[in-house]
Design a protein around this ligand. Structure first.
Ligand SMILES: [Zn+2]
Length: 698
């Protein structure tokens, strides 16, 4: 077993790369240890010096390498004894995407070229970037060879990347012409017939670069960890970073899930767990790591409140992932750092809850990767590598996904996040949620049909399966027979004051507790006719103004229930998830809760609507129930969490021997019920993990 699989990774990065003299080697090692780290991203390349400018320069390498044009003191040799003393694994941080303009001027053939023919000159506003297809790659490979001579434990690539308007360098032009016989199309022209080829060419270039890098590293020392920062629930067309290709040639899959920016009220609190769950489903059973940052971005020298840091860590780790936590060297003694050191030391004490656990979810929420690449509602979020590129408002994928994510969390459903690559393993779930999963291949549709036919259940919204994998609209839904509907030819909206109405006098398990005759419609609807499906909610006729008389029920179905084989499909003919994300109407949550109650076997019940997020995983004979306290102030950044007392929980289908609360270090009493157990957590501060022993293990 490799070292990075033997225990949970607690990677700390003290980003002293802007001033390598900021802390002494011993101070760094001590800080990593104090923050609970067992490994670190180590800096021996200086960025942004007054003399050379912003970014990495070949005169700023502080280790022995023939790739440097100046010989600087060897910081790596100096540091290694301290890493050993404090038992920290060294993963060398290697920035491969951000260089000084001057370095670029000395190697014009390495520089990434923009669509307008100009060199890339505004990375983080101030630097340039090199192209992994150009001869620059040899410079990188030389550094790998030189680094691998040291007693280090791994190498992390920050980058590599293409940008949303690159790369048109000579090498890329030549390689693309050799491959296709054509010139590179404009990357901004997404309808160009060669656009998709261009995107795949970049993703393949990335894969080859990683493969060669990994071969060099493992050829020298197979015990060295190698990884880079990949994608979360974003499209890969701007960057070339396709996780399914990346993980073939790297040892762990990572992405920025815990970098949070600007107005935090616009950021789902679940962001790190979204990344953690998605990456876990993409990593081919390799470990995953979520990149968390202690700073309130883009203010990289301003630390978040302790409660926010604690939430980042819980969301990251309870999703089954490890963390890499970045801390500014000037902040290592700030009081907020207690959240990191406490959590790291807690993991050290109870590692079993944090690695090689398996999800116990029987519900999966799909992140539609094919739609993310090809659908008009797909957007590119702000990350350290991309600026915001807004998709069409209609069918906005992120909002649709985030709404379902939030609703499932709020109704205490343990669930996984998967993508189309997991469709061969759908039978491990009872319910698959397809949030506007517009672009699906025929093969994907076949797998879903088979799943439902043999007893699985689905919920699909809006344009799910109406497009093929290339983003071309079909005449009818690919899943029309499963969903019991036909496409009627149009989308309607925007609806700002319109309604839907449940069918009167029907006994429906999915409408339980819905008392309203009218409740707000989603902002966009899609016109469908039922075939074998039964409509349980209709849209009302569109109103000309918000006081345009009393709303009347139309013939447009909004919720259609269909039996298909042994399974059930619930189709929602509108932007259901987006409406949850925007407005949080109670009925939307109730409907989803009813669906989950009937179509999955809900496992955990939290009484009194306590504001708690849950995760459920297992390892051997133990089940781990993770609880995050979400009871906080109204606005982010969250400064405190209100302690919850006497949180009553029920678990179905569980026959435990003993229950132990890891954080409060107490055994909990439980009562047997007809179909499981119930118990009380006396006090919930930030979080708790209940270890439920079901076998003979102590
Ligand atoms: Zn290029």
């Amino acid at each position: 077993m490799k070292w990075w699989e033997k225990e949970p990774l607690r990677i700390i990065e003290i980003f002293d790369c802007f001033d390598l003299k900021r802390l002494s080697p011993e101070e760094i090692a001590r800080a990593v240890k104090k923050l609970g780290g067992n490994s670190q991203h180590f800096h021996c390349m200086q960025h942004s010096t007054k003399i050379y400018g912003s970014g990495l320069d070949d005169r700023s390498l502080y280790f022995n390498t023939s790739a440097g044009s100046v010989q600087n003191p060897d910081r790596l040799t100096e540091y290694i004894p301290y890493a050993k003393k404090y038992k920290i694994k060294i993963i060398v941080y290697f920035n491969v995407h951000w260089f000084t303009i001057d370095f670029g001027k000395r190697h014009p053939d390495w520089v990434q070229i923009k669509q307008d023919g100009q060199p890339m000159d505004n990375v983080y506003g101030t630097g340039t970037s090199f192209c992994i297809n150009s001869p620059y790659r040899e410079w990188v490979f030389q550094i790998l060879k030189d680094l691998c001579k040291y007693e280090i434990n791994g190498i992390f690539y920050d980058g590599p990347i293409f940008f949303s308007n690159t790369c048109y360098c000579n090498t890329c032009q030549k390689l693309f012409r050799d491959k296709t016989g054509e010139n590179l199309p404009q990357k901004s022209d997404r309808n160009h017939p060669l656009w998709k080829n261009f995107i795949e060419f970049q993703a393949e270039s990335m894969e080859k670069f990683l493969e060669e890098s990994n071969n060099i590293i493992k050829g020298i020392n197979p015990e060295l960890l190698f990884y880079m920062n990949g994608n979360s629930n974003w499209p890969y067309w701007p960057t070339g970073r396709d996780n399914h290709r990346i993980i073939k040639h790297t040892d762990i899959l990572g992405a920025e899930g815990g970098f949070i920016y600007g107005d935090l009220n616009q950021t789902p609190i679940f962001k790190p767990a979204i990344a953690g769950k998605l990456l876990s489903s993409q990593a081919n059973n390799k470990p995953t790591v979520i990149f968390d940052c202690a700073d309130h971005k883009p203010w990289s020298w301003y630390v978040l409140p302790e409660a926010e840091i604690s939430l980042l860590l819980c969301e990251t780790c309870f999703s089954g992932s490890n963390y890499w936590f970045a801390v500014c060297p000037d902040d290592i003694n700030q009081p907020e750092m207690k959240a990191i050191s406490r959590f790291g030391n807690f993991i050290k004490k109870y590692p079993d809850a944090f690695y090689k656990t398996e999800s116990l979810s029987n519900v999966a929420l799909v992140w539609p990767t094919k739609s993310a690449e090809s659908y008009t509602g797909s957007s590119v979020p702000r990350t350290d590598f991309t600026s915001i590129i807004e998709g069409e408002e209609i069918g906005n994928l992120h909002m649709e996904f985030d709404g379902f994510y939030e609703a499932l969390s709020r109704i205490y459903i343990p669930f996984d996040v998967i993508d189309e690559n997991n469709f061969d393993f759908l039978d491990r779930y009872k319910l698959i949620v397809l949030p506007n999963t517009a672009c699906l291949s025929l093969n994907d549709c076949e797998k879903i049909k088979k799943f439902v036919f043999s007893g699985g259940n689905i919920v699909g919204s809006f344009e799910t399966s109406l497009y093929d994998e290339a983003g071309k609209i079909r005449e009818d839904f690919g899943l029309s027979d499963v969903m019991g509907i036909q496409f009627n030819g149009n989308i309607f909206g925007k609806m700002e004051y319109d309604y839907v109405s449940p069918v009167k006098n029907i006994k429906s398990r999915y409408l339980k507790d819905i008392k309203k005759i009218l409740f707000p419609a989603p902002d966009y609807g899609i016109s469908v006719k039922t075939t074998t499906g039964n409509t349980e909610i209709f849209f009302c006729k569109r109103m000309k103004g918000r006081y345009d008389g009393i709303p009347e029920v139309s013939n447009d179905p909004m919720m259609v229930v269909n039996k298909y084989g042994k399974g059930t499909s619930i189709y929602l003919a509108g932007s259901f998830g987006k409406t949850i994300a925007n407005f949080r109407f109670i009925e939307y949550f109730t409907i989803l809760k009813n669906i989950c109650d009937w179509l999955s076997s809900q496992y955990v019940f939290v009484e009194d609507n306590k504001n708690v997020e849950i995760f459920l995983r297992k390892k051997g004979d133990s089940i781990f129930l993770y609880l995050i306290n979400m009871t906080n102030g109204l606005k982010r950044p969250i400064k405190f969490l209100q302690t919850l007392y006497n949180v009553k929980l029920k678990l179905k289908e569980t026959k435990p021997v003993r229950l132990f609360a890891l954080k409060s270090e107490t055994y909990l009493k439980h009562k047997k019920t007809r179909d499981g157990i119930e118990f009380v957590v006396p006090e919930l501060n930030n979080f708790e993990i209940i270890k439920i022993l079901t076998g003979g293990e102590k």
